[in-house]
Design a binder for this molecule. Structure first.
Ligand code: CMX
Length: 433
């Protein structure tokens, strides 16, 4: 067992005992109530899950193991000479519940570099799809092709005890995280760069190497990738991608199957695909208006038209948040620091100033403020990564960190198969006659 895995293993007895004792002492306490409306309206606000890695506050935004994004930017180890947090460090924090040292992060980077070899049949599976297949489709196919490598699946077949599930889930999760940048970069280069692939550079960190394999070599873009991979990693347990991974994993489906399920959820336009939709919406607007510098009035009119057509304004709104997403703010600050004069940044800034008021005026949108997806495309476009159909794959690579850290904990704490009750409208109505 390597040192990272040993360190995680050392936490298990205490954590398992704590949860067991807590359930024994407080298992019958009531922590919430369910209204009829919640049953019909996406279970909004219903406390239903344990997610150890992060917690979302409606006003303040996400905290990862108690740390806000600005705190992570300050405290997480950086690449030598860099200023943005390393995602390896965030994964360590989420998994171990401990702020990592530079050494811990180096060990994580090295572990992923050692685990990063992708079998040839995965590339063949991707190549079997038409080049026109959406990158998220290619991504999910590749994840399922990687499943031939599952340690959990093999061990389960051989008959391991429940107390060992975490160990194989740990290895599957670490291997999968290590391989995703290579797979995602392969999809990018295949789809948009004539199939000219770039070999990994094992000396680079996880996000820096991803940038390199995509074909972007500037240090500034690598820094963007470190920030991007950190802020998209986790958003507590109830969002579609996180919950899908947890739900499917609860059937003892392995990390590959569970993560593929989550990625199919992320590919929906109301969730992760919104980062693509934002660019489509913005570029369509510029084209239709025939200008790269629309006035606030023009943006306002375009936004109102979108609403009148019965469509959502992508990048705005959230099921939990009620303020500007701190992930949006972190990206805005990156833009202000590195590319304040980019014309598209000016457009995104003006959209930010105009759209909330219009959404508020509808009287129904509960959160008129921008979410993470409202800004990410502009930054990628600036550095030349203009193929916005690919953006959700990048979100997915990052999201692996949170959902797989959680999956390891779910198997460590022996969470059972999920099986909530459902009812019918007729039965529910009978309750109130
Ligand atoms: N544009 C137009 N209408 C919107 C809206 C937006 N950006 N956000 C919410 N609304 C509408 C809803 O569609 C709903 O309308 P109906 O009552 O007619 O069905 C009404 O306002 C109330 O919705 P809500 O309670 O404010 O929002 P939900 O919790 O139901 O949905 C979300 C949240 C994110 C799906 C929604 O705000 C949305 O569709 N936003 C645009 C898509 C987007 O940016 N998604 C990315 C979210 C972040 C992520 O997961 O990556």
């Amino acid at each position: 067992m390597d040192r990272l895995k040993e360190h995680f293993a050392s936490k298990i007895p205490g954590a398992v005992a704590e949860v067991k004792q807590f359930i024994a002492e407080k298992g019958d306490e009531v922590v919430g109530q369910i209204t009829v409306a919640q049953l019909y309206q996406g279970m909004r606000g219903m406390l239903a899950l344990i997610c150890e890695t992060s917690k979302l506050d409606a006003e303040e935004g996400i905290r990862f193991r108690g740390y806000s994004i600005p705190e992570l930017q300050e405290k997480l180890p950086k690449y030598p000479g860099g200023e943005e947090p390393l995602p390896e460090g965030l994964f360590y924090l989420m998994l171990m519940d401990e702020m990592p040292t530079d050494d811990d992060v180096r060990r994580m980077s090295n572990s992923w570099a050692r685990r990063a070899i992708v079998p040839q049949h995965v590339f063949k599976a991707i190549d079997a799809l038409p080049i026109t297949a959406h990158p998220m489709t290619q991504f999910v196919v590749a994840i399922m092709a990687l499943r031939t490598e599952t340690e959990f699946g093999k061990a389960y077949k051989a008959g391991i005890p429940k107390s060992d599930y975490w160990s194989y889930t740990y290895d599957d999760s670490m291997n999968l995280i290590a391989r995703l940048p290579r797979v995602a970069a392969y999809i990018y280069r295949r789809t948009y760069c004539g199939g000219e692939h770039i070999e990994p550079d094992p000396k680079l960190d996880w996000a820096g190497n991803f940038a390199h394999m995509l074909g972007f070599e500037s240090e500034e873009f690598r820094e963007l990738m470190r920030l991007y991979m950190t802020i998209h990693a986790d958003h507590e347990g109830g969002n579609v991608s996180a919950h899908a991974v947890k739900l499917v994993g609860s059937a003892l489906s392995d990390a590959y199957q569970s993560f593929a399920a989550g990625m199919n959820g992320l590919a929906g336009p109301l969730h992760g695909l919104a980062n693509q939709e934002v660019m489509v919406w913005t570029l369509d607007m510029l084209e239709e208006l025939g200008t790269q510098t629309p006035t606030k009035e023009q943006i306002s009119d375009y936004c109102k038209r979108t609403l009148a057509e019965g469509k959502v304004v992508p990048g705005f709104g959230h099921a939990v948040l009620r303020k500007t997403d701190p992930r949006y703010t972190a990206q805005r600050e990156f833009a202000l620091k590195h590319l304040p004069n980019d014309p598209l940044f000016q457009v995104i800034s003006n959209i930010y100033e105009v759209v909330p008021e219009i959404l508020l005026a509808t009287g129904k949108v509960k959160n008129p403020w921008p979410n993470v997806d409202a800004h990410s495309g502009q930054l990628l476009m600036y550095y030349g990564l203009k193929e916005y159909d690919f953006y959700t794959v990048m979100f997915g690579v990052s999201r692996s960190l949170g959902v797989l850290a959680n999956l390891i904990w779910d198997r460590t704490l022996s969470f059972p198969i999920e099986r909530p009750n459902s009812t019918t409208t007729a039965l529910l109505k009978k309750k109130f006659v």
